[in-house]
Design a binder for this molecule. Sequence first.
Ligand code: ADP
Ligand code: MG
Length: 233
Amino acid sequence: MLDVTALQVRYGAIEAVCGLDLRVGKSEIVALLGANGAGKSSTLAAISGLASWAGDILFEDESLKGRSPEAITRMGIGLVPEGRRIFAGLTVAENLLLGGAVHASPVELRRRAAQMQERFPVLAERRNQKAGLMSGGEQQMLAIARALMAQPKLLLMDEPSLGLAPQVVETVFDLIGSLRDEGITILLVEQNVPMSLDIADHALVLAQGRASVHGTTAEVAGSDAVQSAYLGH
Ligand SMILES: Nc1ncnc2c1ncn2[C@@H]1O[C@H](COP(=O)(O)OP(=O)(O)O)[C@@H](O)[C@H]1O
Ligand SMILES: [Mg+2]
């Protein structure tokens, strides 16, 4: 579904991603792991059209080169950004409507927002409250629901469990599993390596903009680098 070849992302003299190859098959979860500054968010920014890049990115066999973020959203790629990036001063309902605003009619948007509030009861309870007043976990649910408003086929998730209490982390991972079961393909950037390796089909560890380890989750979990760096063995 997603084919990334020789991806490069630079910020001036900084080479954030240097020659990354990455494939995500339909209905898979692929975990993109790696230390802070490894280039994970830059990879997602390139795929979403938010950073300029070199190399090739194909989505369903179509090149993403030169496409705007809006066009990429319309093709079926959604982003749940690092740090949630909800609009704190807007209400929960307004945040949801913005998520689908790029390509749905007002009637269709209201229908989808109602669906999201059914799926996430906390968003229904708080629909008229400012989104910034919600807890971190609730804001994460809103960020995910907002991305789902555009009905993505591929969802890019950037550290969705970061900073959340263990019980909320469980809820987020359960949701990720449900989304995959519903047919959404997921590229998951995470700090929680054990839970990511548990849920994903394939995994890739980025180090300094390059893939240091990649393979099935069993292969990656068994690699020396991951055993010593992340799993404490
Ligand atoms: N907007 C930016 N301008 C300059 N440098 C950046 C920018 N965003 C990221 N970087 C740098 O690019 C590298 C990769 O960052 P990032 O993709 O955010 O890594 P990760 O998400 O894995 O923590 C880091 O060295 C970071 O400092
Ligand atoms: Mg990041």
